[in-house]
Design a protein around this ligand. Sequence first.
Ligand code: 97T
Length: 245
Amino acid sequence: MKIDVVTIFPGILEGPFKESMIKRAIDQGFVDIDLVDLRAYTHDRHRQVDDYPYGGGCGMVLKPEPLFEAVEDLKSHSGQNDSRVMLLTPQGRRFDQQRAREFSKINHLILICGRYEGVDERVRSALVDEEISIGDYVMTGGELAAAVVVDAVIRLLPGFLAEEASGDESFSGSLLEYPHYTRPPVYRGMEVPPVLMSGNHGEIARWRRRQSLKRTLERRPDLLKSADLLPEEKEDLEEIKKQQS
Ligand code: 97T
């Protein structure tokens, strides 16, 4: 997989991509990430990437020419014919685990980091395949949103994580995680639930399933509506609901 991130602040993303799992994914050849400085695609002395909005108003708007030239150049050099151009913007469709799974199957992703003030509309209408937002809050630019998308997509690349870690967890299975414990067995008077130290794997699995259901019901009941529950999970859930009422 190839990911190009087009930005006027490549420095913001240098750190996140040089650490931990993303670094591992790059080093092991699962993904090739390039930070593309939009200013490299300007032709004027001032390397101008933005300009005043027509019609007036405050803030600056990203100019179309450098963005069109950058994307055309990246597409022509990628050697892929299925590049997808995504614009990070508050106006986009909300990014979620399902979108992450879809993106992880694309060979060449081009992520354009928008600015808070805006991007020339012709970029949206004629250059971008899809606009994405990572949530309902406002940032100064799309760089951190791009980092979120890259992280969520990379961990789904086939073979990168153990099957267990990528499949059996919150959101993928549409339930929240059960509580986790490690040593010591008692910390400041707080005990690890004895079932986890019982060695009874059937009981442990059942406890975890019930804890996941209980948490999801309490914190994210919206997730249960779209959840594809197993028969034993449905039974457990009914029992938990009864206990609560
Ligand atoms: O708030 C933003 C400003 C610029 C580009 C993207 C965003 C954003 O993306 N997801 C939420 C907000």
